[in-house]
Design a protein around this ligand. Structure first.
Ligand SMILES: CC(C)(COP(=O)(O)OP(=O)(O)OC[C@H]1O[C@@H](n2cnc3c(N)ncnc32)[C@H](O)[C@@H]1OP(=O)(O)O)[C@@H](O)C(=O)NCCC(=O)NCCS
Length: 150
């Protein structure tokens, strides 16, 4: 895995919560992050600048399927390729663990995130009208498939 991206542990929970709080109107609480990180099906990857955790992505693995929760980078650290690095590390994880695909939902108006996923090879795979609340908004489903030797 790339050197500034690492799999997070329970020690990273407060820093992960700080990233959530800075990036989302409905952030995961520290308790929610702690129970997700303890689940053997969930992996959080964190990216650092120096010692400081400044971005993360998490994925829930169900058999050979990967469901991305959120990708987030602190506002003051954006547009430096950190989310790109997180998604490339997630590709490595998907290949190592033999996942068939990674998939996610994103707000239809979230152009930065949609561009990020498109740049990293995710294709639009579906649309859920009115899926999000506060504010109400459609969801775009995006998926990236992986091929594995049998
Ligand atoms: C989406 C987000 C994670 C991007 O993080 P980032 O570290 O700034 O992204 P990067 O610098 O790695 O950019 C990678 C690519 O994403 C796209 N991108 C990122 N920010 C963008 C913006 N403001 N406008 C348009 N495209 C953008 C570009 O394609 C960019 O590639 P480029 O620099 O070659 O043009 C960040 O904006 C964020 O945390 N947003 C709030 C949380 C969120 O909405 N997460 C998605 C939920 S599904």
């Amino acid at each position: 895995m790339r050197e500034n991206v690492k799999i997070c542990t329970a020690e990273d929970v407060p820093a992960l919560a700080a990233v959530e709080n800075a990036c989302f109107s409905r952030p995961l609480s520290e308790g929610q992050i702690r129970s997700l990180i303890q689940s053997e099906n969930t992996v959080f990857l964190g990216t650092r600048e120096g010692e400081r955790l400044v971005g993360s992505v998490w994925v829930q693995i169900v058999l050979d399927e990967g469901y991305i929760g959120n990708v987030a980078v602190l506002p003051e650290c954006r547009r430096r390729g950190l989310a790109d690095g997180l998604l490339r590390a997630l590709d490595e994880l998907a290949r190592d663990r033999g996942l068939r695909f990674l998939t996610l939902e994103v707000r239809a108006g979230n152009t930065p995130a949609i561009r990020l996923y498109e740049k990293n090879g995710y294709l639009r795979a579906g649309f859920r009208p009115g899926y999000y609340s506060a504010p109400k908004e459609d969801a775009v489903l995006m998926t990236k498939e992986f091929e594995h030797d049998e």
